[in-house]
Design a protein around this ligand. Structure first.
Ligand code: ATP
Ligand code: MG
Length: 581
């Protein structure tokens, strides 16, 4: 739906992170909490990010704190303002408001001063090894690394070289600034990791002001400290980086060295340096999909999908265009919860969350996707009536609408069987079915065109019409219809899962996710819809009764040329397939 509903904030959610936050507030360690969501603007947000967003923004809201949106933009070659804009839009769409919008690049001058401080303390040095040599010197999981020949450079020489790195005296990659920690550490991240590199690239925020850029670990830890983040929540792959995170925070110690923040105070940025604590949780993985930005980028670049917002993409833009709602995605995050346990969430849970969210809210409409003509022979040729239909079976507040009815209707081909199979309760030659809101019709004659069923001639039992004595008469099936004379043609895009295999990331047999693309993941049909369905705002969700949940395409739909995307079927058709139907 177009109206974002506010994020739920019931305090009943509980998990180990919320427990830590609660304890920190009770013990007085913190009087207020602050979190952040730190995407790198090198692609569009995907479903996985939803988990991180709901957690960091959710925790802040539940405990009366706040959450910053920070662009972790330390890798200029891959970043772009297009992604920055999309990420902001997506976070808002999910229903969250950030406290401050920041960029790691806002802090470049502070990082630089911090690096000089580390050098002055003897905690960092300029290293002349090439990237390849650094790898050789690093050692392995079982072997310690070797010290760089430059490790014992004097503070004065290091400062001079680092300043000249900044001044652009050296070629890209010629030197790095490295932390002086321990080349024999069991944690490879602590073997004198790089803190700064030389890279000439125009930065999406700072342009050409810099030719040296801080590495992730330094930038991330210090950004958290600068912003006064109390709980820095991230995914499990950063667990091994936590000792380095703590090293950066402690060695620079912004709390006791506020003078390092002078460049920001000059910019007027409010600052509350604190010692942040990093806490890791498991990523969201979903089967039948790929979620790494690199692979999503490849799908787009190779034209395997129609862009980042292709409704089959697990990007937030794609999900939104598909008809996923913020409420459904937040519900998913609530259902999966937060833990340190890695797991794979079933795609059907995502779909179930959407059905649950839409069931209570989506207005009902009539649409026929696969039309078969049905003529009611005992009505006059010019018979016309407006029938009143409730917009929602359980919510009278959604009101009623008028649905035009006439002698010639479209019904779904699937609702008729000439030679019915056992258990088929819809329309068959000589039997009766209820036409939704109209009454009971009997199929008297099947008009064929060769082998094809062309038209059904039916008679309507006048006594079965609403308000008449026989209206309650029972028949086994009820089917939907639209009036052929009044129906409008609509383009309907029937989307399905993008991959045919549960684990498209598995390339152990040499096949990659590209080999598992579902050829039927998009079918386009022309459907007949009742007039009211065309009068739908872009991005409004509807239930086409008995067919599924659909959304008016936010880019292509108009009342004059309706376009709907299937968001989800009414039932889990994949479960039936799995059960061997
Ligand atoms: P990808 O691996 O898809 O390229 P990323 O981790 O590089 O994603 P970032 O922009 O760095 O993307 O992520 C921002 C935040 O979102 C990080 O804190 C990261 O831990 C979190 N995040 C990314 N993917 C997931 C996921 N699948 N589940 C939960 N959180 C995630
Ligand atoms: Mg990342």
């Amino acid at each position: 739906m177009s109206e974002p509903s506010p994020p739920p904030s019931e305090p009943t959610r509980n998990d180990f992170i919320r427990q830590i936050v609660r304890d920190d507030l009770v013990s007085g360690k913190h009087t207020a909490i602050r979190t952040r969501f730190p995407p790198e603007p090198n692609g569009y947000l995907h479903l996985g990010h939803t988990k991180a967003i709901c957690l960091s923004f959710g925790v802040a809201a539940e405990f009366g704190g706040d959450c910053n949106l920070r662009f972790d933009d330390t890798n200029p070659a891959k970043e772009d303002p297009e992604y920055v804009a999309a990420i902001k839009e997506d976070v808002h769409w999910l229903g969250y408001e950030w406290h401050e919008l920041r960029h790691a690049s806002d802090y470049f001058e502070v990082f630089y001063l911090a690096a000089e401080k580390l050098i002055a303390q003897g905690d960092a040095y300029v290293c002349d090894l090439s990237a390849e040599q650094v790898r050789e010197y690093r050692g392995t999981l079982t072997e310690p690394g070797r010290n760089s020949p430059n490790r014992e450079r004097s503070v004065a020489e290091n400062l001079d070289l680092f300043r000249r790195m900044r001044a652009g005296e050296f070629a890209d990659g010629a030197r790095t600034l490295r932390a002086k920690i321990d080349m024999a550490s069991g944690n490879i991240n602590l073997r004198d990791p790089a803190l700064y590199r030389i890279k000439r690239a125009t930065h999406q925020n700072t342009g050409d002001a810099w030719c040296i850029y801080p590495m992730y670990d330094l930038a991330h830890a210090l950004s958290d400290a600068i912003e006064g983040i109390t709980h820095s929540l991230c995914t499990l792959e950063f667990e091994d980086h936590r000792p380095l995170y703590d090293w950066c925070v402690d060695k620079v110690d912004l709390v006791r060295h506020p003078e390092l923040l002078a460049p920001l105070t000059a910019q007027g940025l409010p600052l509350e340096a604190a010692k942040p604590r990093q806490i890791e949780f498991s990523r969201l993985n979903i089967n039948y999909t790929v979620m790494s930005k690199r692979k999503l980028m490849a799908l787009v670049k190779e034209g395997l999908v129609d862009g980042w917002d292709d409704p089959r993409m697990p990007t937030l833009q794609g999900l939104r265009r598909r008809g996923y709602t913020p409420g459904a995605l937040r519900l998913l995050c609530d259902r999966i919860g937060i833990s340190k346990q890695n797991s794979v969430t079933d795609f059907s849970l995502l779909e179930a969350c959407l059905r649950e969210d839409l069931d209570s809210r989506a207005p009902r409409r009539l649409a026929v996707l696969n039309p078969l003509k049905l003529v009611i022979t005992n009505l006059a040729a010019d018979h016309e009536a407006m029938l009143s239909f409730a917009n929602h079976p359980k919510d009278a507040s959604l009101g009623n609408r008028e649905v035009p009815f006439s002698r010639e209707l479209w019904i779904e081909q699937d609702d008729f069987m000439r030679e019915p199979v056992k258990g088929f309760h819809r329309l068959m030659p000589g039997t009766e079915v209820r036409l939704r809101g109209v009454g009971i019709v009997r199929c008297d004659e099947v008009v064929l065109d060769g082998d094809q069923v062309r038209t059904l001639h039916c008679s309507l039992d006048p006594e079965s019409r609403p308000g008449n004595a026989g209206a309650e008469r029972k028949v086994k099936g009820t089917i939907h219809w639209v009036s052929a004379r009044h129906a409008l043609a609509a383009e309907v895009r029937l989307y399905d899962r993008l991959f045919t295999t549960a684990d498209p990331d598995d390339d152990s047999d040499g096949r990659t996710y590209r080999d598992y693309l579902n050829p039927d993941s998009r079918q386009v049909v022309t459907a007949w819809i009742e007039p009211a369905a065309a009068q739908t705002a872009p991005e409004q969700s509807l239930q086409f009764e008995r067919v599924g949940y659909f959304v008016a395409d936010r880019r292509d739909h108009s009342a004059a040329a309706p376009v709907f995307n299937r968001s989800v079927t009414l039932r889990d058709v994949w479960a039936k397939q799995a059960a061997g139907k």
